[in-house]
Write a protein that binds this ligand. Structure first.
Ligand SMILES: *Cc1c(COP(=O)(O)O)cnc(C)c1O
Length: 362
């Protein structure tokens, strides 16, 4: 079976080197030495200030904390073309997700549509840099400034993405990222919050630890969103191998792109001033029917492809959308992510593209 993604496991001896330190100190969690080392190394790798980076237990909690720390109220405008967590965390926090339309090329929120959805109850915009493709951050920030709204970017897919040479995580009031096992860089489960605001960063550091400032002082409402030392060990071992992981992914991604370009398969329009991290290989086919045909053919050959993101979130009852987003529904019905992970073989990519082509050329 060839899965759509396969969590990367760093060399056992490298991981053991970090785990040995946990066994020596018996420090398992609560701002341990491995966590601090990971924060330092990640910040330097991503080219951001370490004061601006807060590691948390997972990417969903990063979103919850972002909304809470900013004190959002009422309505939040977000993307219907995303993983369920973007919108469900909004709803869970007692906020109303309002879906704006996406652009049919970039698959990111269309700024003109964001502006149309603003009401007197809107407190924030939560755009998603879909598949690590940066949004139109300039247009979104100017809308936010005009209506005095907060911006939280769901940058879950944005490990190592730079926009105009700077980390894309520097945009918005807060950006969040996920380090889940299936993401490009992972800590088994994990995530991070990035903010330029020193005051916000300080508040969030307390919020992830029950709101505790110093011993016996409870400064604000908090929860438990800490990343533990075992997770940090995995992150450090992953970082040791990240260059290798990325070059393997880039090679496979390029192979897919070469084989499928101009062959009746649609691709995402990427931001001109940004790099790609080759985390996903999404294609857009002619119809929902064609997607199902490709999935079935691949499956018969023991290959798994996934409909990311499907269905469009405005169709999910409990999220309570009031209007349909036609473009998002159209893209969601025709999208397919093909297998992509570091140790996938080039011959397997060739086989997969042959099978896709067989259906597309019919
Ligand atoms: C993975 C993901 C999340 C959630 O992250 P977890 O670490 O799995 O909680 C949120 N948003 C998007 C777009 C994601 O892909």
């Amino acid at each position: 079976m060839i899965p759509v993604s396969k969590p990367y496991l760093p060399e056992r001896s490298k991981l053991d080197k970090y785990l040995d330190r946990i066994y020596e100190t018996h420090w398992l969690t609560n701002n341990g030495e491995l966590l601090r080392e990971l924060e330092r190394r990640l910040a330097s790798h991503l080219n951001i200030d370490k004061e601006q980076l807060i590691l948390v237990a997972n990417g969903s909690l990063a979103l919850h904390l972002a909304y809470k720390a900013l004190g959002l109220k009422g309505e939040v405008i977000t993307s219907p073309f995303s993983f369920i967590a973007t919108a469900s965390t909004i709803k869970w926090e007692g906020l109303e997700p309002i879906f704006a339309e996406i652009d049919s090329g970039t698959w990111n929120l269309d700024p003109a549509s964001i502006e149309k959805r603003i009401s007197s109850h809107t407190s924030a915009i939560v755009p998603v840099h879909v598949f690590g493709n940066p949004c139109d951050v300039t247009a979104i920030q100017s809308i936010a400034d005009k209506y005095q709204l907060k911006v939280v970017y769901d940058a879950s897919h944005c490990f190592d993405i730079r926009l105009g040479g700077e980390s894309v995580l520097m945009h918005g009031d807060i950006s969040t990222i996920s380090f889940h096992a299936t993401k490009l860089f992972h800590t088994v489960e994990g995530g991070a919050i990035v903010t330029k605001s020193k005051a916000l960063a300080e508040k969030i550091r307390k919020m992830i630890n029950f709101g505790i400032g110093e011993p016996y002082k409870f400064d604000c409402i908090g929860t438990n969103a800490k990343l533990n030392e075992f997770q940090a060990a995995m992150g450090l071992a992953m970082l040791d191998e990240i260059d290798n992981v990325q070059s393997k992914r880039a090679h496979l991604w390029d192979t897919y792109a070469d084989l499928l370009s101009n062959r009746g398969v649609g691709a995402q329009v990427r931001h001109e001033d940004a790099n790609s991290n080759h985390a996903y290989f999404p294609v857009v086919l002619k119809s929902d029917h064609q997607v199902v045909e490709v999935i079935n053919l691949l499956e018969a050959e023991g290959i798994q492809a996934r409909r990311y993101f499907y269905p469009s979130l405005d169709t999910i009852d409990y999220l309570g959308a009031i209007s349909r987003c036609e473009i998002s529904n159209d893209i969601a019905s025709r999208i397919l992510c093909l297998p992509l992970w570091p140790d996938l073989k080039e011959s397997e990519v060739r086989k997969i593209t042959d099978l896709v082509q067989e259906v597309v050329d019919k």
